[in-house]
Design a protein around this ligand. Structure first.
Ligand code: C2E
Ligand code: CA
Ligand code: CA
Ligand code: CA
Length: 275
C-alpha cells in the first residue's frame, strides 16, 4: 500500500505492484547488461529466391539475462527505447555487426535495425561512420533498417539525417512495410533502397486474397521505382512458391534459416559458396 495522498489513489493492487517491481528490476538489469557485455548478435540469412544465394544477414539483438535465460527482444527493446539505453546499445550493435560482417564474402551485406528513438537522437551518423571506419566495412555493405514511424515526423531533421546517411553511402531499408502509414511514392521520394514486406502479409497470403494483392502491388511498384523488395517471415515452401510467382526477388524466414550465432552464420555462407 502506498502512503495516503489527498485525492490520489491509496493502493496499488498486489498484481500491479508486482508488475512495477519486476519492471524496475528488468530496467536495473538492462543498465548492467551493456556494461557487463551480456548482449550478442544473431544473424538471419537474407536470400535471393531465384538462386538461393545468401545476399546478407540481418543482425538481431540477443540478451542473456543472468538467472532468467534469453529474453525476447520484443520485451526488452521497448524498455531500451524508453530509458534511452538504445543509443549506446544501438552504437554497440552497429560496431559489432560491421566488425563481424567485414569477415564475410564481399558480395554480402549486413542489415542493422535502427530504432526510431536512435534515429532522432543526434550522433547516429557519427556512430555509423565510426563503425564503418573501425571495421573497414565498405559503406554499401551496410544496410540500415528503419520503420515507418521515422517518417511520421516529416521534419527537416528527418530529411537531413536521411540525406547524410545516403552521403555516407549506406543503404536504407523500410522495415515491416505495410504496418504503418507510409506510401511507396514516399519511399521513392526519400530514395529508399529496399522495402521489407511485413511478415503478416506473407502469413495471411494463403487464406486472404487481399494480403496477396498487397504483396503483388508492392512488388510491381517497387520494380517500377527501382526499389528492391524482400518478403519477411517465409516459413513454408508454399509461401516461397507464391512469392516466386509474384516476382519477389528476396526473402527471409525460418524456411531459409533461423537467426543464428555469428560462427554458424559464417559456416553457412562458406558452405553455400561452394559450387
Ligand atoms: P524485425 O526487425 O522485424 O526482425 C525480424 C524478426 O522476425 C526477428 O525476431 C526474427 O527472429 C523473426 N523471424 C524471422 N523469420 C521468421 C519467420 O519465418 N517466422 C516468424 N514468425 N518470425 C520470423 P526477433 O529476433 O525476436 O526480433 C524482434 C524485433 O526486435 C525485430 O523485428 C526488431 O524490430 C527488434 N530488434 C532486434 N534486434 C534489434 C536491434 O539490434 N536494434 C533494434 N532497434 N531493434 C532490434
Ligand atoms: Ca528488421
Ligand atoms: Ca521486419
Ligand atoms: Ca518488427
Amino acid at each position: 500500500a502506498k502512503q495516503s495522498r489527498a485525492g490520489g489513489y491509496h493502493f496499488h493492487s498486489p498484481a500491479l505492484s508486482r508488475k512495477l517491481r519486476e519492471r524496475r528490476l528488468l530496467e536495473q538489469d538492462l543498465r548492467q547488461a551493456h556494461a557487463q557485455q551480456q548482449f550478442r548478435l544473431d544473424y538471419q540469412p537474407l536470400v535471393y529466391l531465384g538462386s538461393g544465394q545468401v545476399s546478407g544477414g540481418e543482425a538481431l539483438l540477443r540478451w542473456h539475462r543472468p538467472g532468467h535465460g534469453n529474453m525476447p527482444p520484443d520485451l526488452f527493446i521497448p524498455l531500451l527505447e524508453e530509458t534511452g539505453l538504445i543509443v549506446p546499445v544501438g552504437a554497440w550493435v552497429l560496431e559489432t555487426a560491421c566488425r563481424e560482417a567485414a569477415r564475410w564474402p564481399a558480395r554480402m551485406s549486413v542489415a542493422v535495425n535502427v530504432s526510431t528513438i536512435q534515429f532522432r537522437k543526434p550522433g547516429l551518423c557519427e556512430a555509423v561512420e565510426g563503425a564503418l571506419r573501425s571495421s573497414g566495412l565498405p559503406a554499401h555493405r551496410l544496410e540500415l533498417e528503419i520503420t515507418e514511424s521515422v517518417l511520421l515526423h516529416d521534419t527537416p531533421e528527418t530529411l537531413a539525417t536521411l540525406q547524410r546517411l545516403r552521403k555516407i553511402g549506406v543503404r536504407i531499408a523500410m522495415d515491416d512495410f505495410g504496418t504503418g502509414y507510409s506510401s511507396l511514392s514516399y519511399l521513392h521520394h526519400f530514395a529508399f533502397d529496399k522495402i521489407k514486406i511485413d511478415r503478416s502479409f506473407v502469413q495471411r497470403m494463403a487464406q486472404d486474397p487481399n494480403a496477396k494483392a498487397v504483396i503483388r502491388a508492392v512488388v510491381n511498384i517497387s520494380q517500377t521505382l527501382g526499389i528492391r523488395a524482400l518478403a519477411e517471415g517465409v516459413e513454408n515452401a508454399e509461401q516461397a512458391e507464391v512469392l516466386r510467382q509474384e516476382g519477389c526477388a528476396e526473402v527471409q524466414g525460418y524456411l531459409f534459416g533461423r537467426p543464428m550465432p555469428p560462427e554458424q552464420f559464417a559456416a553457412l555462407h562458406a558452405r553455400l559458396r561452394r559450387p
